[in-house]
Design a protein. Sequence first.
Length: 208
Amino acid sequence: MDLNKVFANNKKWIKDRLSADPSFFEGLSKGQNPELLFIGCSDSRVAAEELMGLGPGEVFVHRNIANMVISIDLNVMSVVNYAVNQLQVKDVIVCGHYACGGVKAAMQSADLGILNPWLRNIRDVYRIHRNKLNAIEDEEKRYDRLVELNVQEQCVNLIKTAAVQKANRDRGLKVHGWVFDVKTGKLIDLKIDFDKYLSKIMEIYHLE
Ligand SMILES: [Zn+2]
């Protein structure tokens, strides 16, 4: 890729933004007040703001391989705590996507070095839902289902955190699980029942 093109694109972007709103950058420089935290996959096709039709300042974004929320990952936990406690976002979204390379890798028997411990968290999702997944004969469908179940389990991981439990109790913060279908561009709400999971797991994970 010609990186000069990127800088040329940037110039055009500034021009377009200013012609739509002359005080656009002045507004941005005053600070941010996003209402959403979006946790997605690093995959280049999951263009967080673009696929939601949102612009700068509207969404706090964290992306990693296979949109994982791992309790000992200081990176994702810092993002969650900052977004929930400081920025006071109203909704937290875990967004997976079909055709996810990370999820596919976790379905295969291969030594991927440093990726092994990361992908093991997806293998754990498979283990928890093994019976349901093994009952799906079509491999492609099984793979899609694992993408969805992985999103569900990462939402549950969010509910296990003190920051999310407290914000839910004090100001009604909600966690949502979505999947981006790269074949159609459609964003699908998995309609994860936050309250159901909360009541189901709180007996064990209650921190407040
Ligand atoms: Zn992915």
